[in-house]
Design a protein around this ligand. Sequence first.
Ligand code: ADP
Length: 450
Amino acid sequence: MFDAVLVANRGEIALRIIRAARTLGLRTIAVHSTEDAKAGWLAEADTAIAIGPARASASYLNGAAILMAAQATGAGAIHPGYGFLSENAAFAQAVTDAGLVFVGPPADCIRRMGDKMAAKRAMRAAGVPCVPGPDTPLPQDPAAVRALAEDLGYPVMIKAAGGGGGRGMRLVRTPAELAPALEQTREEAARFFGDPTLYIEKFLTAPRHVEIQVLCDTHGTALWLGDRDCSLQRRHQKLMEEAPAPGIDRAAVAALGARCAEACRAIDYVGAGTFEFLYQDGAFHFIEMNTRIQVEHPVTEMVTGLDIVALQLRVARGERLDLDQTQIAARGHAIECRINAEHPSTFVPSAGTIAALRLPQGQGVRVDTHIGVNEKIPACYDSLLAKLIVHGTDRADALRRMREALDDLHVEGIETTAPLHRRLLRDPAIEAGAVGIDHLERWLWSEAAA
Ligand code: ADP
């Protein structure tokens, strides 16, 4: 049982974790790079400790420095947030080996689910529906790969088993594109993920991205907390998310959620996690599991009333989840817009200092952010500045609140994606709901052409 937690992350999620830890009466330790030495969110922790230079590889990804900081400050647990070391099995193992608690699943769960191909195999075995395609490595022989692709039928997708963050996958539309795609993806996989293993799957042409949030304790309880729709993506990066997924038969979602909870029991999962699916023609197809808290977790919190980050910490302390599946229900509708420090039409990252700021407030409005006036926004990290989340009685109500909230948001000094969200919320297809993952990029093209 620990009473102090070190937060191995930065920005909005670091602050989110610090706040959750405080509600549980835990002491909080923040770590930071030299670049973030004056960051406002550090003041919210009981202790802040420098772990390295600006370069993430030498600071936020420096597991040894983070462990030393934990030991020096008496932290009993490390919460990795998302990104950085959150899905690094070796780090999770090192934390455990040092006698500390890793706030997340056991290292071998992370390892297994981090290999997308192994994850697919485990999910198939647990009865979770997957994207068509073998869950075994692609053979070296190009002719054998061609035969596999013909079998599946073009278009297909070549994916790196170790891929993530939108990297390490390539769409192949015709047989002629296959050989170069294999070569490029294999090279990228080796370079970025240190593992050249590739696999192939059917490319679904206009699916929706629907995911299931799960939460498990160490006493065998596995719950699913609802679904989210994250189809609004640019270059495989989510921009806007909502809960629940509109227009999908609730009984089908419930059956899928129950399967996910069962799969968690089968793999001895602990903590919060997300099963990601592509949804097309009334069927769900598993693509991957994220073994960590996700950026978009607040939409689930808004509709269920649960504090998922606090629950992660309580589960890590060995507490039993005092909830059963029948007590979990989605009330109303929630939407999240990611406000990034990027130009709203070119998406070029924008660094600088926040000169003036007004954050929206009011009924059903939540802003998860670390920024304040005079906050320096460095160019070297993820561009997420703030998450604007609204909760309404239904989807139409949530949309109205989001439009209002976006109009109330003012950030001066740097460019943000807020103007893009304002325009997007006037798109009739988005207003109607249930768009596919190809929608945003097509919409951006048509806007650029207009
Ligand atoms: P990552 O771990 O890099 O986020 P995912 O496997 O979760 O990769 O895929 C990210 C996104 O790529 C999905 O949300 C979807 O937009 C697209 N995608 C992945 N697999 C397929 C597929 N088989 N068919 C169509 N789109 C896909």
